[in-house]
Ligand binder design. Structure first.
Ligand code: SUG
Length: 444
């Protein structure tokens, strides 16, 4: 049976804005309070998704969430009509209103961790939504994320959906952004690499001094248990706390893998050689470890350009390509590196650049915008087919964005009661386009 790796990109929601909500994410902080362009953001994302579909990749779309999140605002004591709740929150607690308005679910690398059926004991594809407890604005995502995943991968014979991990810092989980799967071929059992920032139960283990480590070892281990992975197919690696303190808030900002390739910065991990030996032992095929040295690309350049927040994809002809943000072209050291990389004789032969600047300004590159799901033909046939990208869906979603999205949004606009009406109208129509049923609270 044929095997594929599908990418499910997050559709950018109508409230995309820059509120500076993510301490430790340099771009989020440095672009705080700028005006955003939700329409352009959504279209940039759609362009990338469509281009991958045109390259012969299986590409899906995951719906955004309902924002402003009036349910959370009511839960924390703001009362009255929708307009009154928004007005009171904006006057009394503007930071909380901002947190309840983020379109951050667009970064579907943080939606969930996914283990393909070739790795799991019951032969199902397992999904666990990330609890995202480290950031208030993200911690309100997992229930709706679970609903959207169930409506997208809507067949219990093939797909197993777990509840997100307990909402406590000990189980801080950021999903696929800290998870990479190495394998000979997508359909063969692989090695799942879990990268964590700190251990919650071992206070003496290294951890960053300045910025938070969002992922714990305990969360990664829980996911491996839930997903029925064998010990022989898991490797747990600690991220280097020094790079977290330089703005590497997820592993996918400093390394990315695909099949038998691991592309990484030399400062990415702790105990690199021991851990790579463990990977080599557990793999049934040779692994290409493509190391980028600090003298080639500094951590600062990696964080600014998102060299490692690229997607490495295997094209239908078997060659690998890198999907990079245009920010990589604009950084001389990184551009020179990428031009050289495709000549080095590694499996990576091409680079494709995409303008995803609206997302980049919040610290989200091409790889943040996608959730990878390796599947065989039967599993792909079991996915909700209305979520899969093709010419018709691309045109339909572009028209939908044109109809419902604003082309400028500032933090001051978030209290506008019209925004929630626009957002709900858009999402209601989207659930019909993607045939999702009722996934949002306002529909229940
Ligand atoms: O969680 N930014 C997101 C970016 C997520 C990137 N994802 C991956 N690396 N996989 C975050 O920090 C910024 C929102 C704001 O500031 O308005 C934000 O949430």
């Amino acid at each position: 049976m044929k095997q594929f790796e599908a990418n499910f990109d997050g559709l950018v929601g109508p409230t995309h804005n820059y509120a500076g909500l993510s301490f430790g994410n340099v771009a989020s902080y440095s672009n705080a309070a700028q005006a955003s362009n939700p329409k352009a953001a959504a279209k940039q994302g759609l362009q990338k998704a469509k281009a991958l579909a045109d390259l012969g990749m299986i590409q899906g779309m995951l719906a955004p969430q309902e924002r402003p999140d009036l349910y959370t605002l009511r839960r924390i004591g703001f009362s009255g009509t929708d307009a009154e709740v928004l007005q009171k929150a904006s006057q009394q607690a503007p930071a909380l209103l901002n947190a309840c308005c983020s379109a951050s679910s667009m970064w579907t690398a943080n939606a969930a961790t996914v283990s393909p059926s070739a790795d799991t004991r019951d032969g199902k594809v397992h999904f666990t939504p990330a609890n995202l407890v480290d950031k208030l604005h993200r911690s309100i995502e997992p229930i709706t994320t679970g609903n959207i995943l169930k409506a997208t991968f809507n067949n219990e014979r093939y797909f197993k959906h777990h509840q997100h991990l307990p909402e406590h810092a000990s189980f801080g989980d950021e999903g696929a952004a800290n998870h990479t799967r190495l394998c000979a071929d997508y359909g063969q059992a692989g090695v799942e690499l879990f990268v964590y920032g700190q251990s919650a139960t071992n206070p003496n283990a290294p951890k960053p001094a300045k910025y938070p480590a969002r992922q714990t070892l305990e969360a990664s281990q829980a996911i491996a248990r839930l997903h029925q992975l064998e010990d022989e197919s898991c490797v747990f690696i600690q991220q280097n706390p020094d790079v977290i303190d330089q703005g590497v808030f997820h592993n996918d900002v400093i390394s990315v893998g695909n099949q038998n390739v691991l592309f990484y910065h030399e400062q990415a991990f702790i105990d690199t050689e021991t851990k790579f030996a463990e990977i080599r032992n557990k793999m049934n095929t040779e692994v290409h470890f493509i190391k980028v040295a600090t003298e080639q690309v500094s951590i600062d350049d990696a964080v600014r350009s998102y060299l490692f927040n690229t997607q490495i994809i295997t094209l239908p002809n078997g060659e690998m390509a890198i999907v990079a943000p245009t920010n990589c072209q604009e950084n001389p050291a990184v551009f020179a590196y990428l031009n050289e990389l495709v000549t080095l004789g590694t499996p990576i032969k091409q680079v494709h650049y995409f303008d995803v600047k609206q997302s980049m300004q919040n610290g989200g590159g091409p790889a943040c915008l996608r959730l990878r799901v390796a599947m065989n033909e039967q599993e792909i046939a079991a996915v909700n087919q209305h979520t899969l990208m093709n010419d018709a869906l691309f045109n339909r979603l572009n028209l939908w964005v044109d109809k419902h999205y604003r082309d400028t949004l500032t933090v001051a606009d978030l209290a506008d009661p019209q925004l929630i009406i626009e957002s709900r109208t858009a999402l209601d129509e989207l659930t019909q386009i993607l045939k999702l049923g009722s996934v949002y609270q306002f529909q229940k």
